[in-house]
Design a protein around this ligand. Sequence first.
Ligand code: NAD
Length: 886
Amino acid sequence: MDHYKLFIDGEFVDARDGKTFESIDPGTGLPFATVAQAGKADAEVAIEAARRAFDQGDWSGLEAAARAAKVYDFADRVMQQGLRLAVTESMDSGQVIGLAKFMPMLGSGLLRNLAYYASTQFPWEEEIPYSGNVFAPGRDFIRREPVGVCVGIIPWNFPMSMAFWKIAHAIIMGNTIVLKPASATSLSALIIADCAKAAGIPKGVINIIAGPGGELGKVLCTHPYVDKIAFTGSTEVGREIMRMAADTVKKVTLELGGKSANIILDDADMDLAVEGACFGTFFHQGQICESGTRVLVSSKIYDEFIDKMQKRAERLRVGYQLQPTSHLGPLVNEIQLATVERYVKLGKEEGAEMVTGGKRAEAPGFKGGFYYAPTIFTKVKNKMRIAQEEIFGPVVGVIKFDSDEEAVATANDSMYGLGAGVFSSNHARAERVACGVRTGTVWINNYHAFGDFCPFGGYKQSGVGREFGQSGLSEYTQVKRMHVAYFADRESNFSMNILRDSNKVLSFQYHCPTNVVAGHGSLAAIYKEIVNLGCRRALILTDPGVRKAGLAQLAKDALVDFCVGMFDSIAQDTDLDTVDAATAMARDLKADCIVSVGGGSVIDTAKAVCVTLKNGGRANDHIALFRLTEPQTPHIVIPTTSGTGSEVTNVAVIKSKIAGRKVYIVDGRIMPNTAILDPRFTMTLPPGLTATTAMDAMTHAVEALTSTLSNRICDGQALHAIRLIGENLPVVVGDGKNEKARLNMQIAATMAGWAFTIAQVALVHAMAHTLGVLHNIPHGAACGIVLPKVMRFNVDHAADKLTKVAQALGVNTAGMDDRKSALAAADAVEDLMKKAGHPMRLRDLGVSEQSLGICAFHAIADTPSLFNARPVNDPGEVLEIYKQAY
Ligand SMILES: NC(=O)c1ccc[n+]([C@@H]2O[C@H](COP(=O)([O-])OP(=O)(O)OC[C@H]3O[C@@H](n4cnc5c(N)ncnc54)[C@H](O)[C@@H]3O)[C@@H](O)[C@H]2O)c1
């Protein structure tokens, strides 16, 4: 008799205590080999070897391609040993030789396929284009790394395949493994170890220990050196493994039992379906976890189907497994034979009708052995134990159904969820049924078809995790998130500010790509700009007021034949429905660019349309911060107010009826491609709107200048914007047709937009948003009223900046200290507002005094308050500001 030794740390060794056991040929019941029987000490030595090998990095530290090269050698050695492997496997497990002869080739192919995938396509490193944390600028990426020491525990039904599956996944991904085959069927795994050794897989990477599951399993599943357990076997043992693994929180993947439904619809090809039902359940004596052991047959074809299935089952040849003519070999051992007999008896007792089989079988020319005849039960009810419990033998129960829905419900009425089959000549119908079945695999017009790149695993109590393909390989890796901050000093870290008294952030990233064309008649640039963007079909977005003022028509004329339509149903403070309506029109007209002509409401609608057009779906799908990774639909803006600066900003502010508030898209990718600042487009703006929109721009500038993210580029823009507004606002409210002053106001609004896009806005905006949401107060008006009060609130935290505001507004600060001149800045803003006829108090806009408390709470939770120069955490302080503005 051949003797097989354990494979530990690169050597074949006997058990430390010298114990051995016999391997029995299930076709004869006679022993034909002896195997070293590992005990606790051997398991520990194997685990230590695997740990050492992993930690040394000779294998785990290699590039995937270098590992793949070795694995290809390993695969070649498997092919060299193919005949030995096939015959041994057949004798050891009872697998018919007609099947076993393919197993080395499949194993070798698996090694090659997975190694190739791991070294050429697996995402070992993956950039995360946007982290989703807007306060932590930096590079974010994922590294996938091996898990460490893996334990593979495998069953007796497909010993060689299972050994390949576990070894291949583990080592290809850089792990080391201790594999424990079932004691009844240990031999093929030990031959595979021989192949690995010959190929030079480093010692300790693969270790094989044969022996009793209970004793060895306990060591393998509890040892602190083990990082992961991959188990294939019964659900009962799977549960126990999970429990054992819990103490050291090992990663666990489980491929467990099944009671899979093979659904035969009434339109199935009868011969194919009969073959599929027999193959699905009698293949390899039914000892397969995902066997279709519940055959669900439509009542319309039931009788004919049973008749044919019975005849087909009776033509199957049971025989010694090495006989080339045998379709079915023996069951693996006497215990399994007894289990099958017990279930057959139970089926009869439960009232199922046995139409064939139900007895042991003889292998012609052989004495002994554990053979059983293919057995079919009909009149099976799904609640019977033979329909709920795994038998693991050539026994199938047929269940009748009347509708597709009933078939799906019956298939799902199981604690298992491993496999299923659907036979039908209508693929759409079959797919509908397949989608309803809750299992890890569904075959349509096929069964037992595996693929190296197709994930396999179970729903429900059939398992955890998947094997094969990217999903399977991923189970053998850990995910490491890596973050490299852009900036490397304490003062540049936004989040760490929480522990500091100063919340000023020094670093910044300036990205303002909009092409600005400004000046009298600059509208003429629009044609060329569209050509430069590679577009031909512009949709104009505007609002009724702007259209009435004749401005949209001006733009249309300038576009000549590039305009495909005009959407003008945009209300003030636009909403998501409007964006969807405009997007639908753009889709209908096949628009390839958007031209927005209007104030912030129109421009923001257009920004959201560009995102929705590019990415599909509805506007609400795209409400997010910094999530876009590609250029959006081209967008040219012609602003008609001088307030929001939206023509250059990275924000779109849209009302959501469902959320009951304004929601935002914030992203560098939504900054318009071109902004045309032609003063003719603002000359029709009435004085009231001129004043309130100007105060919106003023607030952008003052807040960008004083915010915790203020920076030297934006400071310059903000101060110049403040100066221009101070000088030109009184002029334009007096003389709306003063073109030079109008252009200066436009430039100021655009610069303020650039400044706040990078440096952010602060408490004034938080308070104004609140007034807009709770009281419908126009944004510019609310900003204006609150701004001077907040400037005074911030005086001790931004005195130097506010002094510059005062100077930009023409205040002579000579002889004043910073505090005084900062307060003078607030006074100067109020003077300017009065000159411009801007509303001065909230009470004049219909806000009730009692509501101010709620407003205060709302405002401190609004994001811009985060960036205020003076930290705002106390709603009492904000209430005080609201009262001053009241
Ligand atoms: N995206 C950003 O960066 C940003 C910044 C601040 C504010 N906003 C948003 O912008 C919106 C406010 O925009 P807005 O202040 O520009 O006002 P608006 O676009 O809502 O327009 C206000 C009114 O002015 C009329 N109008 C505009 N231009 C005109 C002209 N030249 N002649 C005659 N009438 C004209 C319009 O028809 C409209 O009735 C708000 O929804 C606000 O949330 C966006």
